[in-house]
Design a protein around this ligand. Structure first.
Ligand code: ATP
Ligand code: MG
Length: 708
């Protein structure tokens, strides 16, 4: 009970933690202690005698609320198990279970998870014979995502398509029909999906005043972290649950809003002041997380944003290392370069204080293999581990059979991919194969053409056993291509990206056995024996790194189409969200920040590395703010001379001012998109161009030929 708020919090934080009477909004930049303030407020409330059961803590993930409760409990020296903490969805579910009867919900209400929802959608589609024989009709996963998005954004399906998926507008009516059937189905069977949890809970609060008033009384204090990533209905739930005079504290950072693709809206922050007229607004400006050079770089990222974020963070940790720009020769050598950086950092920090962040899960695949080889343990968040991804396992199974034809698990895996082969047949075939009963095997194949094809394929591969891994893998990928689409109709493009990584990894190996043993180091048996308390490096998507911090952070793949992602390059709001995502990534670091920007990306089809375009977010940074290192031919990192950097800076400044003078744009040409109209110059070196038939695109000036 002896924690000392005055010593542990700065005056603004203290004010926020103690302002327990009425609504409080804390808007502040990354690392300024927002989450810490909530933790102290909870501890303070309990110390002042508030019943823990009347405190409600709403966070973005379950893990986040557990962690916060744990910290508050530590301050108090007592467990805080009675505080109600969790996500909006979990809380809504708990409330509906208890009070849902008032809405006519059954006691044993069933929740449809995403997989179930997709099945119902598939059924609805088939029942109405929609999209029959049309190969480009969106898959069930896509339809489920669209329906959910339209609900979370609270706009109709058709306007949503208009805005975000123009290529699907022609299916508008069909999709609406499916959505309607899906809604009817849920209603008929008393089922709720995740989105319903929020909407039905809102309904409970608005329609059942008695229950609402009861809950208002019960939850005397409501605390919400990461408010910038709540969506419309979540915002209304808070308003309604708390009531205009209630005690609520919401904390957030508009510059870190990274979930608008799921319907989150920063406007909730603005709306907050209107919903709670007497709100006390508190700003926190001191950053306690990062050293000044990291903050300078992070502040710069926001300076270039379209939206003006009125925040300049400062810290008292003025000393500190400049961030580093690491420039591996390729995304392939990036794994090696980053690994050796991690090994250096590990001299100074424990592994769990080092994190590698990336935009999407597959981007760490090469690094995962390198880490396995080096024996460095890691944990991955947000995105599957390379060696656990089903499609990677499938492909490796064929190769394992090449190496060892009686590898039973590999055999089973391959056989389950063959239509009409059940476990029994699989075993029988295996026995026949292992016993060399060719005649019997051939007989089994006569009835199943797919089976015949796969056995022939494997036999043929086995004959090429001593070929380079790459050659074998290419054949497997060709063979597997239709299976991939069949097996993962909704996200095969994403998985395809993972297979391309696999192919890149393979290109470095001569012999199959070495390749396979490197990749299978992480056998599930070994995993089981792992000490959970072991010191693990962290690999994480940026989205999953929200709110967290590490001593050292390395961000991978800062090149166009990776970060920012391909998808985001197409439109301005997407780019801005991507920028905030980059801001979130950089502000996770306390002492060391490394930005990795490979010079080239591997192209599987061409089998060579293509020059990569540096991420615009890195290009915009002033070169004085970081130290640059290039990988040389020997694989070592060499510092780049400062003279060159300064020159680059003056060149940039000069060309910028030149352009600004002549702000009148005409037409230009692009190799792929043809002739287009230049709409806008986007510093430092891009143009937004409207290409007839292709729409608005942002293109680096080097790729455009200006007319006149
Ligand atoms: P984010 O926007 O990334 O969620 P945040 O604003 O929630 O960041 P916190 O995670 O609460 O920031 O704090 C960042 C770090 O600074 C934490 O390690 C926290 O303990 C530390 N910190 C915050 N305020 C203080 C303070 N007054 N004294 C010492 N350390 C502090
Ligand atoms: Mg936080």
């Amino acid at each position: 009970m002896r924690f000392d708020m005055q010593a542990d919090l700065n005056p603004a934080q203290l004010e926020a933690a103690r302002a327990t009477d009425g609504p409080v909004l804390v808007i502040a930049g990354a690392g300024s202690g927002k989450t810490r303030t909530i933790v102290y407020r909870m501890a303070y409330l309990v110390r002042e005698g508030m019943d823990p059961r009347s405190i409600l803590l709403l966070t973005f993930t379950r893990k986040a609320s557990q962690e916060m409760l744990h910290r508050a409990g530590k301050l108090l020296g007592q467990g805080l198990n009675e505080v109600v903490g969790g996500t909006f969805h979990a809380f809504a579910y708990a409330m509906l279970r208890r009070y849902g009867r008032a809405l006519g919900l059954p006691d044993d209400m069933t929740i449809l998870d995403r997989g179930d929802a997709e099945q119902v959608i598939k059924q609805a589609k088939e029942n109405q014979s929609i999209g029959k024989g049309d190969r480009s009709f969106p898959r069930k996963g896509t339809i489920a995502a669209l329906i959910s998005k339209s609900r979370n954004k609270e706009i109709g399906l058709e306007p949503l398509l208009e805005r975000e998926a123009r290529h699907l507008t022609m299916y508008g009516e069909d999709l609406q029909a499916i959505a309607d059937a899906y809604a009817r189905f849920k209603k008929e069977y008393g089922l709720l999906d995740y989105d319903d949890l929020l909407f039905r809970f809102e309904e409970l609060l608005t329609e059942q005043e008695e229950i609402r008033d009861f809950l208002r009384m019960k939850y005397q204090h409501v605390l919400v972290d990461e408010y910038q990533d709540t969506n419309l209905v979540q915002g209304r739930i808070v308003t309604s649950l708390v009531g205009p005079q209630g005690n609520v504290m919401a904390v957030g950072d508009d510059a870190q809003s990274i979930y608008s693709f799921r319907g989150a809206t920063v406007n909730n922050i603005l709306q907050f002041a209107e919903s709670f007229p007497g709100v006390r607004l508190i700003k926190l400006e001191q950053n306690y997380r990062s050293v000044q050079p990291i903050l300078n770089l992070s502040n710069q990222i926001l300076d270039m944003a379209e939206e003006k974020y009125e925040k300049k963070l400062f810290t008292e940790r003025r000393e500190g290392r400049k961030p580093e720009l690491l420039r591996p020769i390729s995304d392939h050598s990036q794994a090696r370069v980053v690994l050796s950086k991690i090994e250096d950092l590990a001299q100074e920090y424990s592994l769990h204080e080092i994190a590698v962040l990336f935009r999407s899960g597959f981007q760490s695949y090469s690094l995962e293999v390198a880490l396995n080889k080096a024996g460095l343990p890691f944990k991955k968040y947000g995105g599957q581990r390379f060696t656990e991804a089903a499609h990677i396992k499938d492909v490796l199974a064929y190769l394992r059979l090449v190496l060892n034809s009686i590898d039973l698990p590999a055999w089973q895996r391959v056989m389950t991919l063959v239509p009409k082969v059940g476990p029994k047949t699989c075993q029988r075939l295996y026995d026949q194969m292992a016993a060399g009963e060719t005649a019997a095997l051939e007989k089994s194949c006569r009835q199943n053409a797919d089976l015949k094809a796969v056995l022939e394929f494997i036999t043929n591969l086995q004959k090429q056993k001593s070929e380079r891994v790459f050659v074998l893998l290419e054949q497997v990928l060709e063979f597997y291509k239709p299976i991939l689409k069949e097996r993962f109709p909704d996200d095969y493009p994403r998985r395809q990206a993972g297979l391309e990584q696999l192919s890149q990894i393979a290109s470095a190996y001569e012999e199959l056995d070495l390749f396979l043993s490197d990749l299978s180091l992480e056998h599930p048996d070994q995993l089981g024996q792992r000490d959970p308390l072991e010191d693990n490096l962290v690999l994480s998507t940026v989205h999953s790194a929200k709110g967290l911090e590490w001593e050292a952070v390395i961000v991978l793949d800062l090149v166009e189409e990776r970060f920012p992602s391909k998808h985001a390059l197409m439109d301005q709001p997407g780019m801005e969200e991507e920028r905030r995502l980059f801001y979130v990534a950089c502000t996770r670091a306390r002492e060391y920040l490394g930005l990795s920007m490979p010079d080239s990306l591997y192209n599987r089809y061409q089998r060579y590395h293509e020059a990569a375009l540096p991420s615009p977010f890195v290009q915009e940074l002033s070169p004085e703010g970081f130290d640059e290192f290039r990988e040389d031919m020997s694989g070592a990192l060499k510092a780049q001379g400062s003279v060159k950097r300064e020159k680059a800076a003056t060149d940039r400044a000069e060309s910028d001012s030149g352009r600004k003078k002549n702000g009148n744009f005409g037409h230009c040409r692009h190799k792929i998109f043809g002739r287009g109209k230049v709409v806008q110059f986007i510093p430092p070196n891009r143009y937004q161009v409207n290409f007839p038939g292709f729409g608005l695109k942002q293109i680096l000036e080097d790729y455009l030929e200006m007319e006149g």
